[in-house]
Design a protein around this ligand. Structure first.
Ligand code: HEC
Length: 156
């Protein structure tokens, strides 16, 4: 009888411990939820666009680096407001007809429609407008006239 009571207590103790652990994990999860809302424009860019548009992609590129996109859009839309509207309009509904970067469309196909919230995209677009991204590796060479590479064609 004493032995059974002993085991019962041990089991109860174990249960209360795991219970407490689970609660802690759940608290962690809600913590992460609130973190997402606090992301800066830079972090939003990196997670929502950078997976395709980042500068130093390991392996084969899947989209033109943000440096190229920014430069092409600045050529067409030098003011911040028109730039932001053009980028946000593009992300909302990308299409071959609207595309400015025909070389990139040819190479990668049209950017997929992503369904992001417009206010996030506008915040990201303003961040892109205000940020001087470094020229990606290999582009400097092309601009010094040492051959016409893929990066060059992408901007056309
Ligand atoms: C799944 C990959 C992917 C993601 C994610 C992505 N893009 Fe793109 N994007 C592409 C590809 C591929 C192209 C090149 C083809 C084209 O121009 O449509 C492109 C082209 C563009 C262009 C140039 C369009 C033109 O005029 O030709 C802009 C501007 C752009 N992306 C902005 C963004 C922004 C801002 C985000 C994040 C909110 C984003 N992209 C997320 C793949 C992506």
């Amino acid at each position: 009888m004493k032995l059974i009571l002993f085991f019962l207590t041990v089991i109860l103790l174990l249960f209360s411990c795991t219970g407490r652990k689970e609660k802690k994990q759940n608290e962690g999860k809600t913590g992460v939820g609130t973190e997402i809302k606090k992301l800066t424009a830079e972090e939003k860019f990196k997670t929502m666009c950078g997976i395709c548009h980042w500068q130093e992609m390991p392996g084969k590129p899947v989209a033109p680096p943000v440096f190229m996109v920014r430069r092409r859009y600045l050529m067409q839309y030098p003011g911040e407001e028109e730039f932001v509207n053009a980028v946000a309009g593009w992300v909302e509904n990308p299409s071959r007809e609207k595309a400015l970067m025909h070389g990139a469309v040819e190479r990668f196909n049209v950017m997929p429609k992503l369904g992001y919230a417009k206010e996030d995209v506008k915040e990201i677009a303003a961040y892109i407008y205000r940020t001087e991204f470094p020229m990606p590796e290999g582009m400097g060479r092309m601009h010094r006239g040492e051959g016409r590479g893929e990066m060059h064609r992408m901007g056309k």
